[in-house]
Design a protein around this ligand. Structure first.
Ligand code: SAM
Length: 285
């Protein structure tokens, strides 16, 4: 198996298994934590009334709903995701929106040619492709000539203490995860602007622009310190670092997360800066 095939297989398994289940079961709180990103992404993407938009890696559909409202009844939003459980929840939530369609499958493989979309949008759904050039090249086939691509992805982990602080707390008790291969899919795999530029131009898009977006994210999602501890310990790398640890080590690591988050508790929640790139590129044809 090539590294690309292995990455793809692992990602499909994660989003149809442990990660997908977590997102489905905690969608309300994840939506609340990520809400500060949605408005700025929508303003940046500027969906046009009456147009067709593709929402890539739509997950449980919260951005699809906003896009459906923006394009209106004469427009259409096609929600694409490789996670069966997440897309099932998206379908349920989108029942009231007749201008939406859900497509289950890999962004690199789904037939999109007939869509003639004006815009592709994604909130954190494009960093997990095993072969990102193939995925973006395939997505581009869904665009009409001159169509636009607008997405949000994380800047480096060092600028994202909402994840770095709990992860370092866990490292007081468990071995560090190996440094990810720069080509490996993952939440921070699009933090390097040179890499994203290389991928998008190879896939037939214009050289992208990167606009920094800085938000405050409540990782308690309106709840308590315990809610923040629970969300922080379930996030990608932190969850992986904790996986398969004996119960006493896990408990000690969770206690370290609790200690690290405590100084950030405020009447508004447990807030941390989130550092994001808003990326814009257009189809070259
Ligand atoms: C971090 S979640 C973001 C979900 C959603 N956009 C949101 O903001 O709530 C990443 C999403 O990308 C999807 N995804 C990962 N690899 C994919 C692929 N190759 N094709 C389509 N979707 C994919 C996952 O299933 C998941 O729903």
């Amino acid at each position: 198996m090539t590294p690309t095939q292995a990455f793809n297989q692992e990602q499909r398994a994660r989003w149809n298994g442990i990660d997908g289940e977590y997102w489905v079961n905690h969608q309300d709180s994840l939506d609340r934590t990520l809400a500060p990103v949605t408005g700025p992404l929508l303003a940046f993407a500027a969906p046009r009334a009456g147009s067709t938009v593709i929402d890539v890696g739509c997950g449980c559909g919260v951005t699809t709903i906003e896009l459906a409202r923006a394009v209106g009844p004469s427009g259409r939003v096609v929600a694409v995701d490789v996670s069966a459980p997440m897309l099932a929840l998206a379908k349920e939530r989108l029942r009231a929106f007749a201008n939406t369609t859900c497509l289950f499958g890999d962004a690199a493989e789904l037939p999109l040619r007939d869509l003639g979309a004006e815009l592709i949008v994604s909130r954190f759904g494009v960093m997990f492709f095993g072969d990102p050039v193939a995925a973006f090249a395939n997505l581009r086939t869904g665009l009409a000539p001159g169509g636009r691509l607008r997405f949000a992805c994380w800047r480096p982990i060092g600028e994202n203490p909402w994840l770095q602080i709990p992860l370092h707390a866990v490292y007081e008790h468990v071995p560090r995860l190996p440094k990810p291969d720069p080509e490996e899919p993952g939440p921070f795999s699009f933090s390097d602007t040179a890499r994203v530029t290389r991928i998008l131009t190879a896939a037939g898009f214009t050289a992208p622009s990167f606009t920094p977006l800085d938000v405050q994210m409540d990782i308690a999602a309106g709840g308590t310190l315990e809610d923040a501890v629970s969300q922080a310990s379930a996030m990608g790398p932190t969850k992986r670092a904790l996986a398969d640890q004996p119960e006493d080590i896990r408990a000690a690591a969770i206690e370290s997360i609790r200690r690290a988050l405590t100084p950030h508790v405020s009447p508004d929640g447990v807030k941390f800066p989130g550092a994001i790139w808003l990326v814009a590129a257009d189809s070259q044809s």
